[in-house]
Design a protein around this ligand. Structure first.
Ligand code: SF4
Length: 334
């Protein structure tokens, strides 16, 4: 359901589109990182296109630059600062707006560095304030002020943001945000906050709309997708899968990334009883050593992981698996 905050942001979009009326304006967006960030960028694009900007693939011809950052990939920082260096030259020559958001902006040392070394950046927004981008851009256009809009408390879930899909057959739908697991190598719980799940009715409405628009394949997204919890007692990921399975027009359902410890029997049962849920199941292993898994705080042993795979294979003989394995995990000295 659309909240008051989103209605306000839509009003800012409207105000910016009036300011931009009659002008030919372009945006350039750089998206780093995972599927969730790509899905966030679809929302950003949905908003900026309604403000009157159209996409450009040429960094030299845009009027609005957006960088949606990731802090997991190793060279992300250098890439971001390299891109800001390029933008500095463009900004010296023409009046452009530069907005930078995403996971990296949740790290204080990064935003401090941007403010100190790249003071020409107009808007800094975080993972919990993405929905406020219209207001932030409006302030920078009308008041010529720099805006830093980052909070480090768990953001609320906002429904009703405009979305521009990058594909017209396959769509990603984020069903939950954040993570409670604190795997020792992962920054996600610190930059995306604790787990918050969308209401089942909001997810089902979105997928129903997508089905009506002709989308056939849905990928459910969440940092820990199978720990999804609906708003009703006992309504979990398996119930959601069963409800999505009933939506006419949707032919393939995928989900990433599940955690092995949350791969419960009822989820296996929901996959087994569906003809639409993909038999290619992603189950991140991360390490084949129980000792290393313990150091990683993964909360399962090698044996438990293998038992899970056996159980899925027994219940769903045509299941095939993909996985993630970390090579070079630094072990603690003992
Ligand atoms: S479950 Fe995934 S997102 Fe959560 S802390 Fe572990 S690796 Fe990071």
């Amino acid at each position: 359901m659309e909240t008051k905050q989103i209605t306000e942001q839509k009003e800012y979009i409207e105000k910016i589109s009036k300011i931009n009326e009659g002008k030919v304006l372009k945006y350039y967006i750089l998206t780093m990182g995972c599927k969730l960030n790509e899905n966030d960028s679809e929302k950003i694009i949905g908003m900026v296109e309604k403000m009157g900007y159209s996409e450009s693939k040429d960094i030299n011809e845009a009027d609005l630059y957006i960088i949606n950052t990731c802090c997991v990939r190793e060279n992300a920082e250098e890439k971001v600062f390299g891109k800001l260096g390029e933008l500095k030259k463009i900004k010296e020559e023409k009046n452009i707006i530069i907005a930078i958001g995403g996971c990296m902006m949740q790290e204080e040392h990064i935003t401090n560095k941007i403010k100190k070394s790249y003071p020409f950046v107009d808007v800094i927004f975080g993972t919990h304030t993405l929905h406020k981008l219209p207001e932030d851009i409006y302030i920078t256009i009308t008041k010529k002020e720099k805006v830093k809009d980052v909070i480090d408390i768990d953001g609320e879930i906002y429904e009703g943001l405009p979305v521009k899909r990058s594909n017209n057959k396959q769509a990603s739908v984020t069903i939950m945000y954040g993570c409670n697991n604190f795997c020792s190598y992962c920054i996600v719980p610190y930059v995306r906050g604790r787990e918050r799940s969308r209401k089942p009715e909001d997810i089902l409405n979105e997928i129903n709309e997508l089905a009506k628009e002709g989308f056939k394949e849905i990928t459910l997204l969440g940092q820990n997708v199978n720990s999804y919890k609906g708003d009703k007692e006992g309504y979990g990921f398996s119930n959601l899968l069963r409800d999505i399975d009933k939506i006419e027009g949707i032919e393939i359902i995928r989900f990433i990334s599940p955690h092995p410890k949350d791969f419960t029997d009822d989820v296996i049962e929901a996959i087994k009883s569906s003809k639409k849920i993909s038999r290619l199941i992603h189950v991140p292993l991360q390490s084949g050593s129980t000792k290393v898994l313990k150091d990683m705080n993964r909360k399962y042993t090698k044996e438990q992981y293998l038992n899970l795979i056996d159980k899925i294979k027994t219940q769903i003989p045509d299941a095939v698996f993909s996985t993630d394995i970390i090579v070079g995990f630094p072990r603690r000295n003992r």
